[in-house]
Design a protein around this ligand. Structure first.
Ligand SMILES: [Zn+2]
Length: 430
């Protein structure tokens, strides 16, 4: 039914000279239309199509009015569209097309708009004065596999941006290895990575990303491989090819992308107090308001303002380990002493409360009440792939690894240091 409708649309539009079906399909996609060419006219023997865009901060009602539709016609369109899409819900800057009875633009016969990546609304009538009928055209989503690969000159973020990955996908990649690599301090020039991800397409255009199916990151010469198993489903997790889980008791950093401004040290010069004293934690520089995550699940032992520590949260993970997060701008809502938190849960935001020269997170890690440098400590892993699932998993591993691009390709993606200035705005993303 929808297919037929789709064909009918193409047939009408193709009465225009010098057009092809693929252009027509594009014409109702929400592409930005430059204001200068907001209305384009093509002479046509039978009908006349104009393209428009709901103006910024305006409504489709206003835009239709300024295109010459009379209030009565607009009301009829609103009424016809209502069961499918209330026209007042159409976002500003949505592109749409009007089909007229001729170049004089006396009578509109059709309104077509792409209100979502996978769905269009078409309201049409057979002639002046006739009833409008509205229908939805669904644009099927296809899922394909896409690979990316990169070579790190400065940061994972920069190398992934360089090869065209969007921020959500870069974050997903960092999340796969959150237990193995602290992307703030362990990334080295010369690291490389590759992955296979599900790409969601509508009409050959990317509308989003699905799961990363397999990813490899070579950090300082050591290769980590994460394979999603089962490939689908909410309970899926990442495993090494031998079936061991990548998940550990603690993720390696409480901040996804920041930068280390001061490491753990038994003695350092204090920037505010100007005395030598131990630095019992790791400082992560990041913009004020950056989310701070609990590195492991546990119970909040204390939360509140505490002298030079500023706003601080301390979490007890078990009888042995605790962590503390200092100088926070504020806490995530709903948290109090005794609250349970999950690994990776946002508990607060980077700030500069207490004794701090600027916004940063001071992160402290305790083993049996003693300060420890978390780097280099090894923690127990989550459960491996169940024995009875191993044959299935091993098969998946073989297939997944075959989808990865060659390492040699990653080598070629070197962003030149000169072409990518490491300005401050870039630095904070690392
Ligand atoms: Zn510190």
């Amino acid at each position: 039914m929808f297919k037929l409708r789709s064909c009918a649309v193409a047939a009408i539009l193709c009465l225009q000279p010098a057009c092809n079906p693929s252009q027509n399909r594009d014409s109702i996609q929400p592409q930005p239309v430059s204001p200068a060419v907001k209305t384009s006219k093509v002479e046509a023997p039978a009908v006349f199509v104009t393209r428009h865009q709901v103006e910024k901060g305006s409504s489709i009602y206003q835009t239709l009015k300024s295109e010459g539709l009379n209030p009565q016609t607009i009301l009829e369109l609103v009424k016809a569209a209502k069961p499918i899409l209330p026209l007042q819900d159409v976002a500003s800057e949505t592109a749409f097309e009007l089909t007229w009875d001729g170049p004089e633009r006396n009578t509109p016969l059709k309104l077509a708009l792409r209100h979502a990546a996978d769905s269009s609304l078409v309201i049409e009538r057979n002639g002046p004065g006739l009833e409008w009928t509205a229908s939805r055209i669904e644009h099927p989503i296809t899922v394909v596999q896409k690979t990316f690969h990169g070579f790190v000159s400065n940061s994972l973020w920069e190398s992934a941006e360089f090869v065209g990955m969007d921020p959500t996908l870069i974050t997903s990649l960092a999340e796969v290895f959150a237990w193995q690599i602290d992307f703030n301090r362990e990334v080295r020039r010369g690291d490389r990575w590759r992955l296979t991800v599900e790409q969601k397409l509508v009409d050959d255009k990317t509308i989003g990303w699905g799961n990363i199916l397999v990813a490899e990151y070579e950090n300082n010469g050591q290769v980590y491989t994460g394979i999603r198993f089962p490939a689908q489903g909410e309970k899926a997790s990442y495993y090494f090819p031998n079936g061991q889980s990548l998940k550990r008791m603690f993720i390696k950093s409480p901040i996804k992308f920041g930068r280390i401004t001061s490491g753990f040290s038994r003695s350092r010069f204090h920037p505010v107090l100007h005395v030598h004293r131990p630095h019992n934690g790791v400082d992560y520089g990041a913009p004020s308001g950056t989310p701070v995550m609990a590195v492991g699940s546990g119970t909040i032992e204390s939360i509140g303002r505490k002298g030079g520590s500023g706003n601080m949260i301390k979490i007890r993970h078990n009888g042995t380990y605790s962590t503390a997060y200092l100088h926070l701008k504020g806490f995530a809502t709903g948290l109090r002493k005794g609250s349970n938190v999950e690994q990776g849960q946002v508990i607060g935001y980077v700030g500069s409360t207490g004794l701090a020269t600027g916004p940063h997170l001071h992160f402290a890690f305790y083993e049996n009440g003693r300060y420890m440098d978390p780097l280099g400590l090894r923690f127990p892993s989550a459960d491996p792939v169940a024995k009875n699932q191993l044959p299935k998993f091993n098969q998946l591993v073989q297939n997944a690894l075959r989808t990865l691009p060659d390492w040699q390709l990653a080598q070629q993606d070197t962003p030149s240091g000169d072409k990518h200035p490491t300005d401050d705005t870039h630095t904070v993303l690392r």
